[in-house]
Design a binder for this molecule. Structure first.
Ligand SMILES: *Cc1c(COP(=O)(O)O)cnc(C)c1O
Length: 224
């Protein structure tokens, strides 16, 4: 299947929305993909694209034709300056130190930066993000930070075959999202779901999924 065919297929699959009938945003996860591949996806109907690495984000920025630009990877504080004013949404706000840098740079540029609070829902050592217990207090703190606009939460479910575990983790994310959303109209995104678990995530209330392999095929790492 071509990239364009995959895009058409997946846009159709999510057209009915999530389990609550809410519209779902499909973000194409574009790490390692060429500008040509990304432009093919956009021509086929992809509206939102997400990069993982600041270097790739910068290298491809002007070669990609359109698309809302998300940043979805781990963000080093010293690279924030390269993203300010260029993203529609940063999914990976995972520590207060990063919030402080995003705030300072946004205020200086006279803009608001939209962010999601990343939650390490599986309590995995290999992943960053606030713990579930820390997430709501972090939201209450970060929503008052100048230059930042918290729009919701992001999580990556652990790799597991235990569907009941995954479902309960996804439900906890939705409950967190609902708790914030019911008193804050800025809260509109729950970014959760990748190629291997997007169906489960939509069945448990995610409204934004990030697909790489499903759209572009297996990743090719140079020199790997
Ligand atoms: C790579 C990546 C994805 C997409 O992963 P696939 O399994 O290829 O769909 C989603 N989110 C983040 C943060 C990623 O780094």
């Amino acid at each position: 299947m071509s990239i364009a065919e995959n895009v058409t297929t997946y846009l159709k699959k999510i057209a009915a929305g999530n389990c609550f009938g809410e519209p779902v945003t499909l973000v194409a996860a574009t790490k390692t993909r060429t500008p040509e591949e990304i432009n093919e996806a956009i021509a086929a109907g992809i509206t939102d694209i997400g990069e993982n690495k600041v270097q790739e984000f910068r290298d491809k920025f002007h070669l990609i034709k359109g698309g809302n630009r998300h940043f979805i990877g781990h963000l080093q504080t010293n690279k924030v300056k390269y993203l300010i004013g260029k993203t529609c949404l940063i999914h990976s706000l995972d520590r207060d130190e990063l919030a402080a840098e995003l705030s300072a740079r946004s205020v200086r540029a006279g803009i608001m930066t939209d962010v999601l609070i990343e939650v390490n829902i599986g309590s995995e050592l290999s992943k960053s993000g606030y713990s579930l217990a820390e997430a709501y207090p972090a939201y209450e703190r970060l929503r008052t930070v100048q230059g930042l606009r918290v729009r919701g939460f992001m999580a990556m479910l652990p790799l597991s075959d235990d569907e009941r575990l995954l479902a309960s983790l996804a439900d906890e994310m939705r409950a967190l999202y609902d708790r914030a959303r019911t008193q804050d109209e800025n809260i509109v995104h729950l970014s959760m779901g990748m190629s291997g678990d997007w169906e489960l995530c939509l069945a448990h209330g995610s409204n934004m999924i990030r697909l790489g392999t499903a759209l572009f095929g297996e990743r090719r790492y140079p020199n790997a």
